[in-house]
Ligand binder design. Structure first.
Ligand SMILES: [Zn+2]
Length: 287
């Protein structure tokens, strides 16, 4: 899921050479919803989760090309050294597989066994991905809780260095001041919304998230982004009530008149966009 700065630079250059007009997401929505003429090839750049590397690596390239972008933030994780559970599990399986024998990680080693992988020896990234895919049948809390307990029970795990990977206030303000970067809501805690049974919690993740961002003085578009692309009917009703559009993980172009609560995107990483050919093939492939 990683894209190198060189690839991002190449993508923007290539899109420009194809005649693309880079638009801010809200301006495109304004035009689409008013039925105004849209550019033949309009491109809106988005980033999910609010990673610090958006500031370190993507922002200089956006500035160089004067391309606007929207970053979807997880409001209660800003400024923290919090790690998404798939990152934590990946690190455990690839770099610290010896710890799987500890009783506090039995729940995880069971999943490794179920995939038919040998415990204790380090897993490859592909193998770790398969284990993470299995874990997605649980709720986020069902994984984050035991991970936290394991950190408390296993000193070697607690001592792993945790550096900050998410944006902080100063970085967000600096990008906003450039006029290029706007923000959108991506829940408070990055819980998958189709798995939340508590309706008050669902409301906080969807509605209060936007209030959190505004309270920070961020230029926040009324656009939501579903974590992992997942949403329930009740969640979608809340999104429709409080936002004017939502981004999904579905791949493809958005033809006007757009489905504003089901905006499609192309999720580029070096695996599907590392060179011009794969980049164009990814965009040309049917959804
Ligand atoms: Zn996300």
């Amino acid at each position: 899921m990683v894209i190198s700065p060189d690839s991002l630079n190449r993508h923007l250059t290539l899109m420009k050479s194809l005649g693309a007009t880079f638009v801010a997401l809200d301006q495109w929505l304004d035009k689409a919803q008013q039925g105004a003429d849209l550019p033949r090839l309009a491109v809106a750049v988005t980033f999910d989760d609010g990673w610090q590397d958006n500031y370190q690596h993507a922002y200089p390239i956006l500035k160089q090309h004067a391309v606007p972008a929207t970053i979807f933030l997880v409001s209660r994780r800003i400024n923290t050294d919090w790690q998404f559970w798939p990152e934590q599990v990946l690190n455990l399986l690839v770099n610290h597989a010896d710890l799987l024998e500890h009783p506090a990680l039995t729940w995880l080693s069971k999943e490794v066994d179920a995939c038919g992988y040998k415990r204790q020896s380090a897993l490859s990234i592909e193998q770790a991905d398969a284990v993470i895919a299995r874990l997605k049948s649980f709720t986020d809390e069902q994984i984050e809780g035991p991970l936290q307990e394991a950190r408390e029970a296993i000193p070697a795990l607690a001592e792993l260095p945790r550096s900050r990977h998410l944006l902080n206030d100063q970085e967000m303000q600096e990008m906003q001041a450039s006029g290029l970067v706007t923000y959108g809501a991506h829940t408070q805690h990055h819980y998958r919304l189709n798995r939340l049974s508590d309706s008050e919690q669902l409301r906080r993740e969807i509605v209060v998230c936007q209030e959190d961002l505004k309270a920070k003085g961020l230029n926040t578009l009324p656009v939501f982004c579903y974590p992992n692309g997942d949403i329930s009917q009740k969640g979608e009703e809340l999104v429709k009530e409080h936002y004017r559009a939502a981004c999904t993980t579905a791949r493809g172009w958005n033809h006007s008149p757009a489905q504003p609560y089901g905006l499609r995107r192309f999720n580029f990483h070096d695996g599907n966009g590392g060179n011009a050919l794969t980049f164009l093939a990814t965009m040309g492939r049917p959804a």
